[in-house]
Design a protein around this ligand. Structure first.
Ligand SMILES: [Mn+2]
Length: 344
């Protein structure tokens, strides 16, 4: 396939819709270098992997664009169509590294999707043909987390770090500081982080001391501690059920904490009151051979948004239907864990 990133004058006025995490923020900052004044940024409602009519209205309010560019987000095709139509954009460009369900894109779209890339920021650096900088590797650190050092791209990350005079620990800390904006639910903060990075990426040390990020990060961590302390926990042996309430995006952090605290366990977590009438459900196995994608299918069959992989899945569903779904999910997990290989 011979698809390339169109030149700025081919793209024209471009609305850049980007993911809220460190990779999305870093990628948005990189594209600003390329598009300059032709770009406007849009951060979708945090934590929702689809666009509703409210999002479409927000996009409409931003004006009219020639191109919609979607960075680092595998939104459903209908959501992207909805955004493009709200923006009046005739062209759609996808820059991404997520695995997507088998779907066909309209012929006018430019899908620059490469699932072998460690991050959208690294992918974009190559598409732009520029020297990798802090932003190129920030997305990698954010997305790969603790697996960064065993990834084939690691030597190239080190090279960039050496040129900047910082180490891996500082890079990981910086990705965490950027992520703190979305974790506390600060959408403006996510958008602002793009500009902060654009101004400060040559001086990473100054970013590490940025007070607003440090404070948000501390409050995100404090909320995880509170939730872990106050959650109601039911221990069924190989299945653990955890329930709490928080407006923060932290369910996967909490789920990992519980899952990694013992061997051979399936954890089911419910955030019973999240945002806008929605609850979140998250499940993760650790040292237990269970395929959780079945849970995601159960959720989708009920019309809920769900995604994930074999070892971890997430579901967003109406608050009022959450307990009923959780009961069914627990039933399934218990019988699957009993039949599974957990008892060896
Ligand atoms: Mn990414």
């Amino acid at each position: 396939m011979d698809v390339r990133l169109p030149e700025p004058d081919e793209l024209g006025d471009t609305l850049v819709l980007h993911h809220w995490d460190a990779d999305g923020v870093a990628s948005a900052s990189l594209i600003l270098d390329y598009l300059g004044d032709y770009a406007e940024l849009y951060v979708p409602p945090l934590g929702f992997y689809w666009l509703d009519s409210q999002a479409a209205n927000e996009i409409r309010d931003l004006g009219t664009f020639d191109t919609l560019m979607v960075l680092d987000m595998a939104l459903p095709v209908e959501s992207i169509e909805r955004a493009a139509s709200a923006a009046g954009a005739g062209r759609v460009v996808l820059v991404d590294h997520h695995v997507r369900p088998r779907e066909r894109y309209p012929a006018s779209w430019v899908p620059l999707v490469d699932v072998r890339q460690p991050s959208a920021s690294w992918h974009l650096t190559q598409l732009l043909g520029v020297q990798p900088d802090l932003r190129s590797i920030l997305g990698i650190a954010g997305d790969l987390g603790p697996t960064l050092q065993s990834h084939p791209v690691y030597p190239q990350v080190i090279e960039v770090l050496e040129s900047l005079g910082i180490g891996v620990v500082e890079l990981e800390r910086l990705a965490e500081l950027i992520d703190a904006n979305y974790r506390v639910g600060d959408r403006e903060g996510v958008r602002d982080a793009v500009f902060v990075l654009s101004r400060g990426h040559r001086d990473p040390r100054s970013l590490l001391d940025l007070k607003k990020w440090v404070i948000r990060h501390r409050s995100a961590e404090a909320e995880v501690e509170r939730v872990v302390r106050e959650a109601s926990v039911e221990d069924f042996g190989s299945v653990v059920y955890v329930e709490f309430e928080s407006p923060h995006l932290l369910i996967s952090t909490v789920g990992r904490r519980f899952a990694w605290s013992r061997e051979g366990v399936a954890v089911l977590v419910l955030n019973s009151r999240w945002r806008r009438g929605y609850a979140q459900v998250y499940s993760r196995v650790h040292g237990l051979d269970l395929d959780l994608t079945t849970l995601a299918e159960m959720a989708r069959a009920r019309g809920y948004r769900a995604g994930g992989k074999r070892e971890a899945v997430g579901v967003i569903l109406p608050e009022l239907e959450a307990r009923e779904f959780v009961r069914r999910a627990l039933d399934w997990l218990m019988s699957a864990a009993r039949e599974g290989k957990g008892g060896e």
